[in-house]
Design a protein around this ligand. Structure first.
Ligand SMILES: Nc1ncnc2c1ncn2[C@@H]1O[C@H](COP(=O)(O)OP(=O)(O)O)[C@@H](O)[C@H]1O
Ligand SMILES: [Mg+2]
Length: 397
């Protein structure tokens, strides 16, 4: 019995990756990752409060030239992990290597201070010094390290050119646009020849329009300059835009680590499926050959989170955009992974398309119709989940 199911799950998994999910950052022998975190733990214990394990056994590698995003809701431990890497917080245990060198190793009582770690950290809103020009801001890390003024000046000019803000060298932060300030902050991070730049939600306090523009500029600069980044955000669309790979964090643990596409199309658990994008979800029981019995009928599922034994409960999920919605009076399309019939309880025109809330028994499902759809409230509709787009996930988490 279980052999039968194993075959099914394996087949689904080999289909799960397609060519454009290929991860293209150079990895291989002789290429030391810029950052390697092993079994890292960090807890906080405030008097009279419950112990919080902010970093709960993290293993993570960031390769040279990679833009790796830590994504998760507020309080999941993103900042703490970043601060441990920077040397601003001391972990309880584990190991952190930067460019092949141990910077923290609990077994040996090793914990290098931030200035010995070859990293830069960029916080919210860039924190440029308002009383210094762009050039002075960028020169600061060099001068404070004792570099001679002439050498520092040459370096600063080169880096300002690299990030394309040479014209702003003599301006103060309040005389520059948000995009220019971002570039200057990046120049300041790059100037000291750092191996790794840590970003803690740099765009989160900026209004939506400007944020989108800064995000595009960040992307362009990273892809042209190729600096290595560990970038924290709670914003999934920012993560999707910027990341080579995304690590989704859940209460101090990495819930899934993969490309944005893989995380979106093949979430390994319910937490990831719910956190990224929108999803319809229901309970089901696993039968043979990838068949799942749902309250709406039988469907054919993919096991993106690994095997689930026959007879066991699972959660089945699909993205609204991976299903079509038609009137029940229209002929059924062929070969859906799951077909559900229900009544339109609400209809919202959102521009790009029409969103339909469909009642099926006690459950409400989200369906997406084309913008010119004339399906209205009260109509009987059929939702057809496209083949290979019904995911069966473990019920836990
Ligand atoms: N200095 C601190 N003292 C006590 N608890 C802390 C401290 N810093 C963070 N925490 C707790 O650790 C958890 C993770 O926090 P944080 O790393 O700031 O999360 P995030 O950046 O993802 O919002 C939270 O529960 C937070 O309250
Ligand atoms: Mg934070």
């Amino acid at each position: 019995m279980s052999e039968n199911h194993t075959t099914t799950a394996r087949r689904s998994r080999t289909r799960a990756r397609t060519a454009d999910e290929t991860y293209t950052i150079p990895v291989g022998e002789g290429l030391e990752p810029v950052l390697r975190i092993e079994s890292l733990y960090k807890h906080f214990q405030l008097p009279g409060e419950k112990k919080v394990t902010a970093v709960d056994g993290i293993d993570l590698t960031v390769n040279r030239g990679e833009f790796l995003v830590l994504l998760g809701p507020s309080g999941c431990g993103k900042t703490t992990l970043l601060r441990c890497v920077a040397g601003l917080d001391q972990p309880d245990s584990g190991r952190i290597k930067i460019s092949g060198q141990d910077v923290y190793r609990s077994e040996q009582g090793l914990n290098l201070p931030p200035e010995k770690r070859h990293i830069s950290m960029i916080f919210q809103t860039y924190a440029l010094w308002p009383h210094m020009t762009a050039a002075q801001n960028v020169a600061y890390p060099l001068i404070s390290r004792g570099m001679k003024a002439k050498e520092a000046k040459e370096r600063v000019e080169r880096v300002l050119e690299q990030v394309d803000v040479s014209s702003q060298a003599k301006r103060y932060p309040n005389q520059m646009s948000g995009g220019q300030q971002q570039r200057v902050a990046l120049a300041r991070a790059l100037v000291a020849g750092t191996d790794l730049i840590l970003f803690d939600e740099p765009l989160s306090n900026i209004d939506a329009k400007v944020r989108e523009q800064l995000r595009e500029e960040m992307l362009e600069m990273q892809r042209t300059i190729g600096f290595t980044a560990l970038y924290v955000t709670h914003d999934q669309s920012e993560a999707m835009h910027l990341a080579h790979r995304i690590a989704v964090l859940d209460n101090g643990k990495i819930s899934q680590l993969d490309t944005g596409r893989a995380i979106y199309t093949r979430p390994e658990n319910r937490y990831v499926a719910r956190f990224i994008g929108r999803t319809n979800e229901t309970k089901a029981t696993v039968e043979a050959d990838g068949v799942v019995a749902t309250p709406f009928g039988r469907g054919h599922a993919e096991f993106s989170g690994g095997e689930i034994p026959l007879g066991q409960e699972a959660s089945v999920a699909w993205r609204p955009e991976n299903a079509t919605v038609t009137r029940v009076t229209e002929p059924a399309g062929e070969r859906a992974a799951l077909t559900v019939e229900g009544v339109v309880a609400a209809r919202v025109f959102v521009g790009m398309n029409v969103e339909l809330l469909v009642s099926v028994g006690d459950e409400t499902l989200l369906a997406i119709a084309p913008p010119d759809s004339d399906i209205i409230e009260g109509e009987q509709v059929r939702i057809s989940v496209k083949e290979r787009n019904l995911l069966a996930l473990p019920t836990g988490a």
